[in-house]
Every structure is written in structure tokens, then in C-alpha cells.
Design a protein around this ligand. Sequence first.
Ligand code: SF4
Length: 73
Amino acid sequence: MSETKTATIHKVYADSSICGGYGLCVQICPEIFKLDDDGIVYLETNTVPDELLEAAKEGADCCPAQALKVVSE
Ligand code: SF4
């Protein structure tokens, strides 16, 4: 009856204070990364579903300001 649950949670973080508003992340993974009215990034969700993990990581890697981080816990 021991159910071993090893599900990994993927979290995404955005530092809007250093976001330059280039919008690259939004182009790569619009499901998670959004731009507000001022053109600054915000997150649709803090938790990345498995199917969006690659896109979220790619979007974070492409950020010229290094404002994005995806962490698997
Ligand atoms: S790629 Fe980086 S700098 Fe550009 S909008 Fe996204 S978080 Fe902001």
C-alpha cells in the first residue's frame, strides 16, 4: 500500500524588476509568460505542467535580462 509518489514539481519565477520587456519569452511560451500593459513580464501560473516544461525552460534561457528561472523540485 505504499504509494511512492515522486512527481517533480516545476516552478517558474520571474523578476519583473529586471525584465526589459523584449517579449522573447512570450513568443516561445505564451501559455506561461505574459506581458502586462507596460510590456513587463508576468506569469500566468507559477507551476509549469510537464507538457510545457521544455517551452518554459527555453523561454527562460532566451531571456536577455535573465529575469526568468525554471526550477524543478
Ligand atoms: S524575455 Fe525576459 S526581458 Fe523579455 S519579456 Fe521575457 S522576462 Fe522580460
